[in-house]
Design a protein around this ligand. Structure first.
Ligand code: ADE
Length: 232
């Protein structure tokens, strides 16, 4: 699967993919990432990519021409690009989206800077708009990295152990149950004894109960949705 980051600051993004699971996914060609920089496409003689807002307002906006030309270039180099804009006005990105996007061939993540971008770019090119939460970041790069990470780990073969994806499911609505490793006793606190008895049917049932309890306590909003979907 291919990701293209449309960004003025590729350096921010590159570091994240130079280590660990996603670096291995890139090495083994399960994932590829590339970059397109609107500054390379600007026709402004001073290389500018931003301008004051029409009608007034604080801050600068990314102008349409460099983004239009960048996205035309990206489209020409792709058979089926799915173009996503990162913006606080987008719909909230979820685990369901991560699994859906992992089936796509080429996802383009367009990162705004300054106060955002000229609306005509979004109107012309957006397949989807995503926000990663109700707060304002200084740019879309962090949000694009979050999406690429969450999607990337759902591509087949990216996580070493396929089981790692199972049990995360119910579309991410149910939180995971408490997990433990060695030693059995640490700091005077024990691993749940049922986990150690080897009865896998009982362990699975208990984990499911604990996952429901944890979700109800920490994320009552998710718990209510589970109810509606009849998973319980
Ligand atoms: N750009 C700025 N803030 C953002 C957010 N919360 N999500 C996605 N893109 C953004």
């Amino acid at each position: 699967m291919r990701f293209t980051f449309v960004t003025l600051f590729a350096g921010i993004v590159k570091g994240y993919f130079s280590d660990s699971i996603l670096a291995r996914a890139i090495e083994s060609d399960k994932l590829s990432i590339d970059f397109a920089n609107p500054r390379d496409f600007t026709t402004d003689k001073h290389q500018k990519v931003d301008a004051p807002m029409a009608g007034g307002g604080a801050g600068m906006l990314m102008t349409p021409q460099p983004l239009f030309d960048t996205l035309e270039h990206v489209r020409q180099g792709s058979t089926d690009p799915h173009i996503i804009f990162l913006t606080p006005v987008g719909k909230k990105f979820t685990q369901h989206d991560a699994k859906r996007l992992a089936r796509m061939e080429h996802v383009v993540l367009v990162c705004g800077r300054y106060e955002g971008m000229d609306e005509r770019v979004i109107e012309h090119y957006a397949d989807e708009l995503f926000s990663i939460g109700d707060y304002i970041l200084t740019g879309g790069e962090l949000a694009a990295m979050v999406i690429c990470d969450a999607v990337g780990r759902n591509i087949e073969g990216v996580l070493g152990n396929n089981d790692s994806l199972e049990g995360e499911s119910y579309e991410g609505l149910l939180l995971e149950p408490p997990a433990f490793t060695k030693p059995v006793t640490y700091n005077e606190s024990n691993v749940i004894s049922e986990y150690l008895k080897g009865n896998h049917g009982k362990i699975t049932a208990l984990k499911r109960e604990l996952a429901l309890c944890k979700t109800k306590y920490f994320r009552p909003d998710l718990y209510r949705k589970i109810d509606i979907k009849g998973i319980k």
